[in-house]
Design a protein around this ligand. Structure first.
Ligand SMILES: Cc1ncc(COP(=O)(O)O)c(C=O)c1O
Length: 386
């Protein structure tokens, strides 16, 4: 054989006997082959049969299995980002003429997807406040809601939904439910009878701010159609990203635990500070706290709070922080700060901002893995400068 051919078809490195790597390799191969086409056809329905990386990849499949296990569900479909996960979940469950129910308090790109993009395809929507039960009931009473999209703690203001009400009404009216569970993490809300959990894996799952991913988790039957859409959209993740997220997941519980504890100490500090007019973080007085506490006593590392200042002064406050870095993400090892209106409320009108409780002095922070004392000192010095 010529060297040119040998270079492309080299002798494979194999392992001797039971010798094997402790950490799985990243399966970069786009294509998967077989010795016999007949054998391949017979095997092609098996879970561990691979053909083409956009359809299925062993590294990504491992990520899907780990996430489904954490969320106590049968299976999962991983995607290239939280938003592509949301698109695949939504497209698989609506048709032109259907109505989607969503909430003013939701993550802005999800809100924009439904209000601005799906409506162009003939999908109707009702948008109400997650805090207003009468409005939720009225929306369902329209009779054509086919899909409800909501968040386990809303981004950015951390409101707790009334799961009991939403799930009961969704069942009554035969609507599917998508719960974006990113803020409470893959290990929480296990017993909720929602059809789909969606997560941005870019956040707590990866935890290091160096890979993007998303996932839809649910029962096999519900997920077949979702996988079909994810594959057709080409929204599957690169195996390198799947690997990084799998690596991040190994320290997931430790990080979520420390970030939740540090956040609680920061909430205590902010609640007693005279320049902070209101803190938004789950607590005994929060609406629907009884439902949250049934599932978890840790609420993650995101906190929002109001300062009685103009937007310009709020920007200065963000700039004056030394450890908290101004950036729009969350759930990573570095602590971040985001002015809420600028980063999450640009699409909302004044009255909608008021419903969502986002004011000119509202700020969201994401607590990382730095020392609690350093983070509190940093906030303290920036508050003193106001
Ligand atoms: C609650 C929530 N859902 C979905 C997303 C979208 O995730 P991604 O940025 O991975 O697309 C985000 C991103 O911040 C988020 O906070």
């Amino acid at each position: 054989m010529d060297k040119k051919t040998k270079l492309i078809h080299p002798k494979r490195v194999t392992f001797s006997g039971s010798n094997r790597p402790l950490i799985d390799p990243i399966y970069r191969s786009v294509k998967y082959t077989f010795d016999s086409l007949e054998e391949a056809l017979a095997d092609s329905h098996n879970d561990n049969f691979f053909e083409y990386s956009r359809d299925k990849n062993p590294t990504t499949f491992q990520l899907e299995k780990s996430c489904a296990e954490l969320q106590n569900r049968e299976c999962a479909v991983a995607t290239s980002s939280g938003m592509s996960a949301m698109w695949a979940a939504i497209l698989a469950n609506i048709e032109s003429g259907d109505r989607v129910l969503l909430f003013y308090e939701s993550y802005a790109p999800t809100r924009k997807m439904v209000r601005q993009k799906l409506s162009r395809l003939g999908v109707k929507f009702s948008i109400v406040s997650i805090q207003n039960e009468a409005e939720i009931e009225n929306a369902f009473a329209l009779g054509d809601v086919k899909l409800v999209i909501y968040e386990s703690l809303t981004n950015p203001m951390l409101f707790i939904p009334n799961h009991d009400l939403i799930i009961k009404l969704a069942k009554k009216y035969h609507a599917k439910t998508i719960l974006d569970n990113t803020f409470l993490g893959l290990h929480n809300n296990l017993e909720l009878e929602v059809d789909f959990f969606v997560h941005s894996l870019t956040k707590y799952a990866n935890g290091h701010g160096d890979a993007m991913g998303g996932i839809i988790i649910g029962d096999k039957e519900n997920l077949n159609q979702v996988r079909d859409y994810a594959v057709s959209l080409g929204a599957t993740p690169d195996p390198e990203a799947s690997y990084l997220i799998l690596r991040g997941l190994k320290t997931y519980f430790v990080r979520y635990d420390i970030q939740s504890r540090t956040a609680q100490s920061i909430v205590n500090f902010l609640s007693n500070h005279k320049k902070v007019s209101k803190v938004y973080y789950p607590g005994k007085e929060s609406q629907n706290f009884d439902q949250l506490i049934r599932h978890t006593d840790q609420f993650g590392g995101i906190i929002s709070f109001d300062l009685d200042v103009s937007e310009k002064e709020l920007f200065k406050f963000c700039d004056n922080l030394n450890i908290f870095t101004t950036a729009a993400s969350l759930g990573s090892v570095e602590s971040l700060v985001s002015p809420a209106k600028l980063f999450f409320g640009k699409d909302l009108k004044a009255e909608e901002l008021a419903i969502a409780s986002i004011g000119s002095g509202t700020v969201r922070i994401s607590v990382g893995m730095e020392s609690e004392d350093d983070l509190i000192s940093d906030l303290s010095q920036a508050l003193d400068q106001l």
